[in-house]
Design a binder for this molecule. Structure first.
Ligand code: KG4
Ligand code: ZN
Length: 368
C-alpha cells in the first residue's frame, strides 16, 4: 500500500508494440508525481523496410534491448532495484511476442527482488497519463488516436472506463500509414503525410467524411482510404504536387470527420455531467502530434467549454512512464491483483469490459 508520507517508486516496462521502454516514476510525499527517468527505444528503423511493424522482428528487438533499457532507466532515476517499491509491466493489449518479453522480465525481477508485480492494460496507461501530467480529476473524456486504436473513452476512475466510440475498421494512425504507403511516402506515414499536406491544396479532392452526422458514435476510415486510392490511381503517375494535394485533402477530411465524432461525445458528456463546470478532453496516441487535428480539437473544446489537454508528445506516444504511473494509481487505489504473477499476456484486452465488441470491427492492426 502507498504510504502518504513516503516517496513511492514504481518501475514501468512497455513492450506491447514497436517501442522498448522503461521508466521510474515516483509518487512523492503529499501525492505529487515525478518522472525520475523515461527511456524509449523506437524500433522504427527495423520495421521501415517492411512498411509496418513485423511482430517477430519486434519481439526479437525487445529481447535484445529490454535489459539495457531497464538498466538505463534505473541508473537515470538514481536508484537500483532495491529502491523500487513495485514493478508494473504492460500485459496487453498488443503483439503477444513483445508482451511476453516485457511481462516475463517483470515477473523475474519481481520474484527475485521480492517486489509486487502489477500487470497493466496499455490503454489504461494512455487513459491515466493526464493525471500524471496535469493532475486531472475524474471524470474526463479521452480521445485515443494511435496506430492501433481510435477510441473515445469516458474515464470515470481507476479501472472504471466506458468506451463511447471506437473504429469499425481501420485505426486513424493506420489510415495515415496506409495513405502514405499508397502515395510512396516513407514509414511511419503520419508525420510524412502531415509534411506533404503542408504544401498541398486541401480543396482539390472532395474526400468523404466517414460517419459524419450519423447517430452511431463510432469511427470508420476504410472508405476514406479507398477514396484516396481511387483518386491516386486516376491521376497516376503522381507528381509531388498531386501527392501534396491528396495528403492535404485527406488530412482535412480526417480532421472534419474526427471533429464531428468528438463533438457528439462532448455533447453527451455535457448531458451526463451537467454539474462539471470545466470538463476536460484529453488526447493521446501518436496521431495527436498532428497539428491540424490538434487545432480542430482545440477549437471544438473552445466551442463546447472543455479544457483541451494534450500531454507532451513523449507521453502521448507509447512509453513506460504511463505504465509506471498506472501502477502507482492502482497501488494507491488498493487495486492490485494478488494473482499478478500468474497473469498471462493478453493480445486483446478491452479497457471497457462491459461494452460489447463493435460489429464490423475486425482488428487487424499491430494492436488489437
Ligand atoms: O501512439 P503511437 O506512437 O503508437 C501506437 O500505439 O500505435 O502512434 C503511431 C501512429 C502511427 O500510425 C503514425 O503514423 C501516427 O501515429 N502519427 C501521426 C503523426 N505522427 C505519428 N499521424 C498523423 N500525423 C502525425 N504528425
Ligand atoms: Zn499506445
Amino acid at each position: 500500500m502507498v504510504q502518504r508520507d513516503k516517496s513511492f517508486r514504481v518501475l514501468g516496462i512497455e513492450t506491447s508494440c514497436d517501442e522498448t521502454a522503461a521508466s521510474v516514476v515516483a509518487l512523492k510525499a503529499g501525492g505529487v508525481p515525478e518522472i525520475l527517468s523515461n527511456i524509449v527505444l523506437s524500433q522504427i528503423e527495423e520495421h521501415a523496410a517492411f512498411g509496418g511493424v513485423v511482430p517477430e522482428i519486434a519481439a526479437r528487438a525487445h529481447v535484445e534491448a529490454l535489459d539495457g533499457i531497464i538498466e538505463a532507466a534505473l541508473a537515470d532515476s538514481g536508484t537500483d532495484l532495491s529502491g523500487i517499491d513495485a514493478i508494473a509491466a504492460t500485459a496487453g493489449p498488443g503483439l503477444v511476442g513483445g508482451l511476453i518479453v516485457g511481462l516475463m522480465t517483470a515477473k523475474a525481477m519481481a520474484m527475485s527482488a521480492g517486489k509486487p508485480l502489477i500487470a497493466i492494460n496499455h490503454l489504461e496507461g494512455h487513459a491515466l497519463t493526464a493525471r500524471l501530467t496535469d493532475g486531472l480529476a475524474f471524470p474526463y473524456l479521452l480521445l485515443l488516436v494511435s496506430g492501433g486504436h481510435t477510441q473515445i473513452v469516458l474515464v470515470r476512475g481507476v479501472g472504471d472506463y466506458q468506451r463511447w466510440a471506437t473504429t469499425i475498421d481501420d485505426a486513424l494512425g493506420e489510415a495515415f500509414d496506409k495513405t502514405a504507403k499508397m502515395l510512396g511516402l516513407p514509414y511511419p506515414g503520419g508525420p510524412n503525410v502531415e509534411i506533404a499536406a503542408s504544401r498541398g491544396d486541401p480543396s482539390r479532392f472532395a474526400f468523404p467524411r466517414p460517419m459524419k452526422g450519423e447517430q452511431r458514435p463510432d469511427f470508420s476510415f476504410s472508405g476514406l482510404k479507398t477514396a484516396v486510392r481511387q483518386a491516386a490511381t486516376e491521376i497516376s503517375p503522381l507528381s509531388d504536387k498531386d501527392v501534396a494535394d491528396i495528403c492535404a485533402s485527406f488530412q482535412l477530411a480526417v480532421s472534419d470527420a474526427l471533429g464531428d465524432r468528438v463533438s457528439r461525445a462532448l455533447s453527451r458528456f455535457r448531458g451526463e455531467f451537467p454539474d462539471i463546470a470545466a470538463p476536460a478532453l484529453v488526447v493521446a496516441g501518436g496521431v495527436a502530434a498532428n497539428r491540424q487535428i490538434k487545432a480542430t480539437l482545440e477549437a471544438l473544446c473552445g466551442e463546447y467549454g472543455f479544457l483541451f489537454v494534450a500531454p507532451p508528445h513523449i507521453l502521448c506516444t507509447d512509453n513506460a512512464a504511463m505504465i509506471a504511473w498506472a501502477g502507482i494509481e492502482r497501488m494507491r487505489a488498493g487495486m492490485t491483483d494478488p494473482q499478478a504473477m500468474d497473469f498471462v499476456p493478453r493480445s486483446r484486452w478491452p479497457l471497457d469490459s462491459i461494452s460489447a465488441p463493435v460489429v464490423g470491427s475486425g482488428r487487424r492492426g499491430a494492436k488489437a
